[in-house]
Design a protein around this ligand. Structure first.
Ligand code: GDP
Ligand code: IMO
Ligand code: MG
Length: 432
């Protein structure tokens, strides 16, 4: 049965999207990234062998699956070429299987410099970006002065656009940040060179996806980051610069909203966050340390330690609503194996008020205290379990709590980092 499935994160990223996308590609004909850029770090572990992908979709390790980078993704050519090279070293044929939208904005060298200069200037108020130029590249897109992938193959058009854009950014770099202007000719030649190396992969991705659809193929749309990092719906301003929620799967590919049949919302059984910003359930005690240690919580892109805390059901419920989630996937359940008790946040206290909703204003985040329900831990080994009936009753109780609170069903549970460590209750591609 033909089916298009969106897989996305419901928290602040790193929910295990890469692992789940890779797993589900056994039923997909194509995988497409629709937003974000190489700020993403998606880890795939297949028979103990680890691969971390940043821009290349997580379908690349499944032979016969086509991979696409949609118009909603910001592409840094140098990073893409590096990733392709690494995959080719591992005998993965990328060039014949990866197609990149000609409408995708390019991350240029000045975007990376601006991202870093801005973060530095913010000092203690920095967002803690990945420093990859993501924000400035999306700004140029919205300002209608961005350079797109298709521009790399038209020397005159590239020259004209780059001249105008670079003049503008150099003014900011020199006059506002007191830093050194970038040289036009160097960037121009470098960009032309990227164009030569990447042109064979350029495509009208929207047209190809519709063709696939018409041929009865199933497409998996791979989200990056997480819903709470969404530019509109996240913990603004401590967010990324794209829409990370399900609507972007349509705008970032050119598939229509009604072409999407299923949205899988992934949540860890606890919470992590990299970078600054509100995190009501963050832990600073030995429980937090145990989550970080058991979960090996270090960023897959920057290597930074991830902040850890309990599962926030209030935030999860909002994410499920915003994304129109069809089914939930709970990952890293095994990380809780050694906990005597497990807490889940079911409300927030703001001053004297108890609220059950995600606060609307950024300022409200500062005074939020989580209100917890405490569940029994199971204190036994669940890693690698593949059958729901083998789970300890306390683990089942946690899953039921998530379902009861959010009103959404858990369709998958991940019990370890390897491709095969899962309990599949309902496969998204098989759901009616
Ligand atoms: P993504 O950005 O959402 O793809 O997630 P990351 O790859 O950045 O981070 C998830 C990390 O958790 C990776 O190191 C995965 O190998 C690992 N992981 C994924 N699922 C599980 C799981 O069920 N159990 C454990 N222990 N690790 C997992
Ligand atoms: P995946 O796809 C976790 C965070 C950064 C920072 C904020 C803005 O692996 O889940 P940016 O460089 O995007 O302007 O940084 O967003 N961030 C992520 N955190 N996982 C990610 O991707 C992230 N991508 C960006 O840490 O707080
Ligand atoms: Mg990640």
């Amino acid at each position: 049965m033909k089916k298009n499935v969106v897989v996305l994160g419901t928290q602040w990223g790193d929910e295990g999207k890469g692992k789940i996308v890779d797993l589900l590609t056994d039923k997909a004909d194509a995988v497409v990234r629709f937003q974000g850029g190489h700020n993403a770090g998606h880890t795939l572990i297949i028979n103990g062998h680890k691969t971390v992908l940043h821009l290349v979709p997580s379908g690349i390790l499944r032979e016969g699956v086509d991979c696409y980078i949609g118009n909603g993704v910001v592409v840094e050519p140098e990073a893409l070429l590096k990733e392709i090279k690494q995959l080719e070293h591992a005998n993965v044929d990328v060039r014949t299987r990866l197609k990149i939208s000609r409408a995708a904005p390019i991350i240029m060298p000045y975007h990376i410099i601006l991202d870093q200069l801005r973060e530095k200037a913010k000092g203690g108020k920095a967002i803690g970006t990945t420093g990859r130029g993501i924000g400035p590249a999306y700004e140029d897109k919205i300002a209608r002065r961005g350079i797109r992938f298709g521009d790399l193959f038209d020397p005159q058009r590239l020259k004209d656009k780059l001249k105008e854009t670079l003049t503008y950014h150099n003014f900011v770099i020199e006059k506002f940040f007191n830093s050194t202007a970038l040289e036009f000719e160097k960037i121009y030649q470098q960009s032309l060179n990227y164009g030569i190396k990447l042109q064979q992969m350029s495509a009208d991705v929207t047209a190809e996806l519709h063709q696939l659809q018409n041929n009865g193929s199933s497409i998996l749309l791979e989200g990056a980051q997480g819903s709470l990092l969404d530019i509109d719906h996240g913990t603004y301003p401590f967010v990324t610069s794209s829409n990370t929620t399900a609507g972007a799967a349509s705008t970032g590919t050119g598939l229509g909203p009604t072409d999407i049949n299923y949205v899988l919302g992934i949540t860890k059984a606890y919470t992590t966050r990299v970078g600054s910003g509100p995190f009501p359930t963050e832990l600073f005690d030995s429980d937090g340390e145990m989550l970080a240690k058991n979960g090996v919580e270090f960023g897959a892109t920057t290597g930074r330690p991830r902040r850890c805390g309990w599962l926030d059901l209030v935030a999860l419920k909002r994410a499920i609503q915003m994304n129109g989630v069809t089914g939930v996937c709970v990952t890293k359940l095994d990380v809780l194996d050694t906990f005597k008790y497990i807490k889940v946040c079911t409300a927030y206290q703001v001053g004297d008020d108890i609220i059950h909703d995600f606060p609307a204003s950024a300022e409200a985040w500062e005074n939020i205290k989580p209100i917890y329900e405490t569940l029994d831990g199971w204190m036994s080994h669940t890693q690698g379990m593949t059958e729901i009936h083998t789970l300890p009753k306390q683990a089942k109780a946690l899953i039921e709590k998530i379902e009861d609170y959010t009103g959404s069903s858990v369709h998958m549970i991940s019990t370890g980092p390897d491709r095969n460590e899962n309990i599949i209750i309902k496969n998204p591609f098989d759901c009616k």
